[in-house]
Write a protein that binds this ligand. Structure first.
Ligand code: XMP
Length: 507
C-alpha cells in the first residue's frame, strides 16, 4: 500500500474535493468519518486533514477527532471547522464571529510559513463560516488574517500542525492547489501514487473482501458501471456476472459496442434485449418525470428477473461515483430531476452487501482508471449519457419510430462534430426530438414532419452550462444530412440556451 493522507470528514460540502486535491499531487487519499484512534493508527497516514463541517465545536454534541491524533507525530491540516476543532482540542478558544464571512475574501499572509510557500502575501480565498478562532493554542502563531477574521490561519511549525479558516479545496481560493501541494511536501510524501496504484490496490482489496463470493453487476454501458465491472472482473473473474439491460433507448450501435468491449474480459456477460418491454410501458406516457420513473423502475424489474434466475449472490456492484453522491441529495437541494442511476436499488435481489469501488472518484479519475484497465477509448472517453437514455431526448410519448429518428439524427450529428475535430471542446452534445411537427417542402411536395433539436454544451460540473458556439459549417452540414438522410425530419434547430434556465437534457 502506498503512502496516504487521511481525511477525517466532519460533514462539509466540499470535503471530497479535498481528497481530489491531494490525489492531484499523486498521493493517495481516503475520506473517513468517525474513525477511532486505533483505526487511524492502523491506516498509518503520512498526514491528516480535518475537514469543514456544519457544527460548532463548542456544542455539547459536536463531533471531534480523537485527541490522540495530535500525538501521532504526523502533520495535521485543519480546514474551517477542522481548524476550529484543532484550536479547541489544543486549548485555543472558538466563538461565534461578530461578522460571518461567505464568499471570496481578501486574505493577507502575515509571516513565512511552509504551508504558504509561493502564495502571494495578498491573495483571495473562499470563506464560509459563522464561528472563528479567537485565541490560538499555546505555541501557535497566527499566519494569515482577513478584515473580519484575525485568525484566518495559524500553525505550530515544530509539530507541523496547520489550520486555515478558509477553504483551499475550492477553486475560488486562488492558491488553494499550491497550499495542498505544500501540505503534501510537509507530510514528506514521495508523490508516487498513480491511477495504476488505485487499480492495483482496489483489485487487491476487492479480492480480500470478496474471496470466492458471487458478485452481480448491472451494466449500463456508461463509463462508470463499465469501469466498476472490469475492476471487479480483475478481482474475481468468473465469479462476476454482468447483466447488461438494453432498454432500447441507447444511441445507435451502442449496445453492440458494449457487448464487443466486454467480450474481452473474464466475466459472465448477460445481455437482455428489453426494448419492446420498455416501449410498451412508455406507451401513451408524456410527462417527463413519469417517463423517468417508468424507465428507472422497469430497469430494476428486468434486472431483478435476471438476478432471480442467477440466484443468491454475495455482492451487488454499483458504479456510483462521487458526484452522484452529492447530486442525489446529501444536502437539502431541491430535486430537479430524479436520476435513476443511484438510489434505485432492486428490492428482490438476494444479496448481502453493495460494493461501490468508484465511490471516491471524480469522473476524470474514473476515465483514467478505465484506461488502466484497458477498456477501449470509445467507451472510456464517452460523453455522459443519462440512465433513461433517449427516453428523455424524445419530448412527449416515446415510440419505436421516434427512437429510430433520434438515433439516426444523433449519429449523424456526432459524426460531423467528430470529423470537424470540435468534440474535444465540448462536454456533451446530442440530438433530441422535439414534439413539434411543422410544414416543409421536399421535391415538389409538402411535408409535415418532426423538428430535431441539436444541443452542444460546455461545462465543468454539469450544474451550469454554456451553449457551445459551434462553427456554422458544422451545424449546416449536420442539418443538411439529417433532413436528407433521416426520414420523418424536415427541420433542424440549434438550442442556444444556457443552463440555467434550461437544463442540458430536454426532459
Ligand atoms: P440536466 O439535464 O439535469 O443534466 O442538466 C445534467 C447532466 O446529468 C445527466 N443526466 C443523467 N444522468 N441519469 C444519469 O445518469 C439520469 O437520470 C440523468 N438525467 C440527466 C445529463 O446527461 C447531463 O450530463
Amino acid at each position: 500500500m502506498s503512502e496516504m493522507i487521511l481525511v477525517l470528514d466532519f460533514g462539509g460540502q466540499y470535503n471530497q474535493l479535498i481528497a481530489r486535491r491531494v490525489r492531484e499531487n499523486n498521493v493517495y487519499c481516503e475520506v473517513h468519518t468517525g474513525l477511532s484512534i486505533e483505526k487511524i493508527r492502523a491506516l498509518n497516514p503520512s498526514g491528516i486533514i480535518l475537514t469543514g463541517g456544519p457544527q460548532s465545536v463548542y456544542a455539547a454534541d459536536s463531533l471531534l477527532p480523537p485527541e490522540e491524533i495530535f500525538s501521532l507525530n504526523v502533520p495535521i491540516l485543519g480546514i474551517c471547522y477542522g481548524a476550529q476543532a484543532m484550536a479547541k482540542i489544543l486549548g485555543g478558544e472558538v466563538k461565534p464571529a461578530q461578522v460571518s464571512e461567505y464568499g471570496k475574501t481578501e486574505v493577507e499572509i502575515l509571516r513565512a510559513s511552509k504551508l504558504f510557500v509561493n502564495v502571494e502575501q495578498n491573495s483571495v480565498a473562499w470563506m464560509s463560516h459563522t464561528d472563528r478562532i479567537f485565541s490560538v493554542p499555546e505555541n501557535f502563531l497566527v499566519t494569515a488574517s482577513t478584515a473580519n477574521c484575525p485568525v484566518a490561519a495559524m500553525e505550530n511549525p515544530e509539530k507541523n500542525f496547520y489550520a486555515v479558516q478558509f477553504h483551499p479545496e475550492v477553486i475560488h481560493t486562488v492558491k488553494g492547489k499550491k497550499i495542498f501541494s505544500n501540505f503534501v511536501d510537509i507530510c514528506g510524501c514521495k508523490r508516487d501514487w498513480r491511477m495504476s496504484s488505485f487499480v492495483a490496490d482496489s483489485v487487491a482489496k476487492l479480492k480480500t473482501k470478496i474471496g470466492n463470493g458471487k458478485v452481480l453487476c448491472a451494466l449500463s454501458g456508461g463509463v462508470d458501471s463499465s469501469v466498476a465491472a472490469v475492476l471487479l472482473s480483475r478481482a474475481v473473474g468468473k465469479n462476476l456476472t454482468c447483466v447488461f439491460v438494453d432498454h432500447g433507448l441507447l444511441r445507435k450501435n451502442e449496445a453492440a459496442e458494449v457487448e464487443a468491449a466486454f467480450s474481452n474480459y473474464d466475466l459472465n456477460f448477460v445481455k437482455i434485449d428489453a426494448g419492446e418491454r420498455f416501449l410498451s410501458k412508455l406507451r401513451g406516457v408524456t410527462e417527463p418525470e413519469r417517463k423517468r420513473k417508468i424507465i428507472g423502475e422497469e430497469f430494476i424489474r428486468v434486472f431483478e428477473e435476471v438476478a432471480k434466475k442467477i440466484g443468491a449472490v454475495d455482492y451487488l456492484v454499483q458504479g456510483t461515483i462521487y458526484p452522484d453522491v452529492i447530486e442525489s441529495g446529501l444536502g437539502k437541494s431541491a430535486v430537479i430531476k430524479s436520476h435513476h442511476n443511484v438510489g434505485g436499488l432492486p428490492d428482490f435481489v438476494d444479496f448481502k452487501e453493495i460494493v461501490e469501488p468508484l465511490r471516491l472518484l471524480f469522473k476524470d479519475e474514473v476515465r483514467q482508471a478505465g484506461r488502466e484497465l484497458d477498456l477501449p477509448e470509445n467507451l472510456v472517453s464517452r460523453q455522459p449519457f443519462p440512465g433513461p437514455g433517449l427516453g428523455i431526448r424524445i419530448i412527449g410519448e416515446v415510440t419505436a419510430e421516434k427512437v429510430k429518428i433520434v438515433q439516426d439524427a444523433d449519429a449523424i450529428y456526432r459524426e460531423e462534430i467528430f470529423k470537424a475535430g470540435v468534440d474535444k471542446n465540448l462536454s456533451q452534445y446530442f440530438a433530441a426530438l422535439t414534439n413539434m411537427r411543422s410544414v416543409g417542402v421536399m421535391g415538389d411536395g409538402r411535408t409535415y414532419d418532426f423538428a430535431i433539436a441539436l444541443r452542444a454544451v460546455q461545462t465543468d460540473d454539469f450544474m451550469t452550462a454554456e451553449a457551445a458556439q459551434l462553427p456554422w459549417d458544422v451545424l449546416s452540414r449536420a442539418a443538411n444530412r439529417i433532413v436528407n438522410e433521416v426520414k420523418g425530419v424536415n427541420r433542424v434547430l440549434y438550442d442556444c440556451t444556457t443552463k440555467p434556465p434550461a437544463t442540458i437534457e430536454f426532459e
